[in-house]
Design a protein around this ligand. Structure first.
Ligand SMILES: [Zn+2]
Length: 678
């Protein structure tokens, strides 16, 4: 067997050349097709004979492709990009022809209808049931012409998603502001100046280079005194991949968005759904679009008074203290930071100095040990693709390696922005072997410079913990069937439960102090600084929540089609309804909205808020037990993380909490209610 297809081995990144990728994919797909046709020809009637060979063939493909996808996301290069796009297309085609194979469907449906089915383990039954559902959602029951059309749509949608994301990356990398006069960067910290200097050096420029990578945008919009520079960066960033702004039309996603929306609608209708939202909700916890719309609008109603007061306070402060009479969108982050500093005397840069990344990661490991009894041990014998990448064995209290984790923390050229977790190898136990689950945890923190380590902002520590929640979901699973273990098959709108629950540990004094150590003096975070940070925690939470509602409503309404399908018109209509901060008419947020046009959040962006209800109430369970409490950690692990999709998320939550989620907890988390906890 080609070693790149061995699900038992970790990916051999240096061996993943475009040619090797194509050859390995040929082999994996040929094997997959032969397994499927064998099953269809022999029609086995037991789970072990039918499902396990199918799963093994799937896992061989997955072993290759998770590595290729990761590489494409973090180390993009023209040849790799082409190999990825070509392979992705073949995979989608193969997946479709499998999911539309009536013979195979009948083999699985026959087993599900047999008396022996009820005696199978939950995870075996559920994996078969999920597969049967997926066959249906992929059009297995359609007439041949419709089935073919449906398949063609999914193939096109997949390549459109890849293109959408490539174009955003290209647009992000195409813009740079070369700065030779340091006066233009007044207000920027020493740390961020070093980042700009390094970005310039990397381009063989003198002076400083401001880019559209996230840490760079955050530094300028949040801290640059020069309003004109803020405006330039805001405009370049907010018009990426669109018909507007400095690179107008050069990397334009407009047509791609229109095509994606039309195809999603056509596909949904072919399956008999009224719209793409109904199609998406079929596998989610929420029951209907109306239920989600009502949920979002209720939140908007509750958040609006707070958001309006926050905006008014900023306007007054900007006028009186900063001489900004007319608060523009590119002033908002800057003014918000100045106001936060003035009100709570929290200086972001002062805070950051206490969080060099090495120290944070030590504290992070200690937290995971205290909560779940796991130890992370770095390995130096695992093939990697970049010096920033690391690999850890995750070792249980019993000394057993239960999982693996790749981390890749810093922003760089060729790496997609944002933070995310992906599965490299799901847990698998098929009677022969037990394979432990392995995840990728990727962030985009500002890298360290020659004389200065990478210093994390508090929001970045929150991000790290968020992604850790996703990784734990994958790594601490006890489910043996990959398709229903970890986050796989889990209701998408509950998937942000572990991630958002973990976030809240970043607001505990002991936890945070344990992650701190001033990069010069080694001193831990002073108590009074933490107290001030905590008092500033809900600063502008009304505005933040309204923005999340705005994105969620936009996603839902544009897929429902009730306001038409022009993304600019729809986002403007949503803003009429809920926004307190109004971006200019030329702003093109939808054109780089990867979550819904290139990611898995289509008709599902509301999931963050939906799952926050579960996360907030779940976190309270930890707080009630004294917070970093191993018994609660074990319970959370056992009832939620370990279970994956082998039962509904609502049931797993009840098993952990002892009751349904209390929506008040989420309102309290956002400071939107004064009602005390029970
Ligand atoms: Zn998340």
């Amino acid at each position: 067997m080609n070693p790149l297809l061995d699900p038992q081995r970790l990916p051999d990144f240096p061996a993943l050349t475009p040619d090797a990728i194509a050859a390995a994919l040929d082999e994996a797909l040929a094997e997959h097709r032969s397994v499927v046709s064998d099953l269809v020809a022999h029609r086995p009637t037991t789970f072990a004979e039918a499902w396990l060979p199918y799963e093994r063939a799937d896992e061989a493909v997955g072993a290759l492709w998770s590595a290729v996808s990761h590489l494409h996301a973090v180390a993009d290069a023209p040849k790799l990009r082409a190999a990825y796009a070509a392979g992705q297309q073949r995979l989608v085609e193969n997946h479709l022809s499998t999911m539309q194979n009536r013979g195979l469907y009948e083999v699985f449906a026959g087993i599900a209808a047999s008396p022996a089915f009820t005696r199978l383990a939950d995870e075996d039954r559920l994996s078969l049931q999920h597969a049967i559902r997926d066959f249906t959602l992929n059009g297995v029951a359609l007439e041949p012409a419709a089935r073919e059309r449906f398949g063609a749509i999914l193939v096109e949608l997949s390549s459109l998603a890849t293109e959408f994301s490539n174009v955003v990356l290209d647009a992000t990398q195409a813009w740079v502001e070369h700065i030779t006069d340091p006066a233009r960067l007044s207000g920027i910290s020493e740390t961020d100046m070093a980042m700009f200097a390094a970005a310039a050096a990397a381009r063989s420029m003198e002076g400083w280079a401001v880019t559209l990578q996230q840490p760079s945008v955050a530094a300028v919009l949040g801290f640059a005194d020069d309003q004109a520079l803020r405006e330039r960066v805001y405009a370049a960033n907010g018009t990426r991949a669109s018909d507007q702004g400095p690179n107008a039309g050069q990397f334009d996603n407009s047509e791609r968005i229109a095509r994606i929306l039309a195809l999603r609608r056509e596909a949904a209708e072919l399956l008999g759904f009224s719209d793409p939202v109904a199609w998406s909700l079929e596998t989610k916890m929420a029951a209907s679009a109306d239920e989600v719309l009502a949920f979002l609008r209720d939140l908007a109603r509750r958040a609006r008074p707070a958001a309006e007061a926050e905006m008014a306070e900023m306007q007054t402060f900007a006028a009186e203290t900063l001489g900004i009479a007319d608060l523009r969108p590119w002033d908002v982050s800057y003014v918000a930071n100045k106001l936060r500093e003035a009100r709570f005397t929290v200086d972001e840069e002062q805070v950051r100095a206490y969080f060099p990344v090495e120290r944070v990661m030590q504290g992070w490991k200690a937290l995971l040990h205290r909560l779940f009894g796991i130890t992370l041990a770095e390995r130096d014998d695992v093939p990697l693709y970049h010096p920033d990448a690391c690999y850890f064995d995750v070792i249980d209290a019993s000394g057993q390696v239960v999982a693996g984790l790749y981390t890749d923390l810093f922003a760089r050229q060729g790496k997609r922005g944002g933070a995310w977790v992906a599965s490299a190898r799901p847990r698998l136990h098929d009677g022969n072997v037990i394979r432990v689950p392995v995840s990728y945890l990727t962030c985009n923190f500002a890298p360290g410079q020659a004389a200065m380590p990478s210093l994390l902002r508090h929001t970045e520590i929150v991000t790290l913990l968020h992604e850790t929640g996703h990784a734990l979901h994958n790594m601490l699973t006890q489910v043996n069937r990959p398709s229903v273990g970890g986050t796989s098959g889990f209701e998408w709108d509950a998937i942000e439960l572990p991630s958002q629950l973990l976030e809240d540990f970043a607001w505990d004094k002991d936890v945070l102090t344990g992650m701190s150590g001033h990069y010069l003096s080694g001193e831990t975070l002073p108590g009074d600084l933490f107290d001030r940070m905590l008092s500033a925690r809900r600063f502008q939470s009304g505005l933040f929540l309204l923005r999340q509602v705005e994105f969620g409503l936009f996603d839902l309404l544009i897929h429902l089609g009730v306001l038409g399908s022009d993304p600019v018109e729809v986002i403007e209509a949503v803003r009429d309804e809920v926004a307190v901060i109004r971006p200019p008419a030329w702003h093109r947020f939808p054109h780089a909205f990867m979550h819904i046009f290139a990611g898995s959040y289509a008709s599902g962006y509301y999931s963050y808020l939906w799952a926050e209800v579960l996360a907030a109430d779940g976190f309270d369970r930890f707080a009630e037990a004294g917070l970093v409490d191993r018994a609660t950690g074990d319970l959370f692990r056992q009832e939620i993380l370990a279970r994956g999709a082998t039962r509904p998320a609502a049931e797993s939550f009840r098993a952990f909490r002892g009751r349904d989620a209390d929506p008040q907890a989420m309102l309290r988390r956002n400071g939107l209610t004064t009602e005390p906890a029970q």
